[in-house]
Design a protein around this ligand. Sequence first.
Ligand code: AMP
Length: 215
Amino acid sequence: MNIILFGAPGAGKGTQGERLADHFGMLKLSTGDLLRDAVKKGTPLGLEARRFMDAGELVADSVILGLVGEVMKQQKDGKGVIFDGFPRTVPQAEALTRILDDVGMKLAGVLLLDVADDEIVRRLSGRVSCPSCGSVYNLYSDPPRVAGTCDRCGATLTQRDDDKENTVRRRLAVYREQTEPVVAWYRAHDVPVHTVAGDRGVDEIQTDLRAVLTR
Ligand code: AMP
């Protein structure tokens, strides 16, 4: 089973995808995480990608497809992949079909997490995370016990450069212009698209997503 977790930045794809991956023994493939890893390591790809990420723009399709292709080569015998933050353009969606064909896999469907724009801006501009253990908090809805400090490991929390309010608005505009058409593309290609309301509690949403996948 291979599925796409779709939705605006901050819709909860990372959190929900991680839980689904744990539950079903699948791999969560987040192109954003792969890029942030390359940025952290200071690779040429990371340095190039960073300019686009910090501006809230998309990284070139060719770069993204190279990263995804590498991971997918090793997934032939896996239990399936949850794509998080990919595909983000129609050419990426077309390429994903070819990548899956090459390894003899198919796409089961698209899960669309639906969240209103105002809520997205609130969530992203309030998001802070721990650079040491990866825990994620929200200053408004899920703050750490001690301001600025990770509950789990005590490290100082940081905000992603692209979660600053101006960049968040640009990322949302890019989502509407370039990424949302991907949903229509899948519908037109008879891939089932399931919309799940993403403005509820994490557990409630997770229950709904699992129910869709076991239907
Ligand atoms: P994310 O963590 O998924 O929100 O991704 C963070 C940033 O990485 C995005 O704003 C883009 O700049 C870049 N990025 C991640 N995935 C993709 C993709 N599939 N295509 C193009 N750019 C991407």
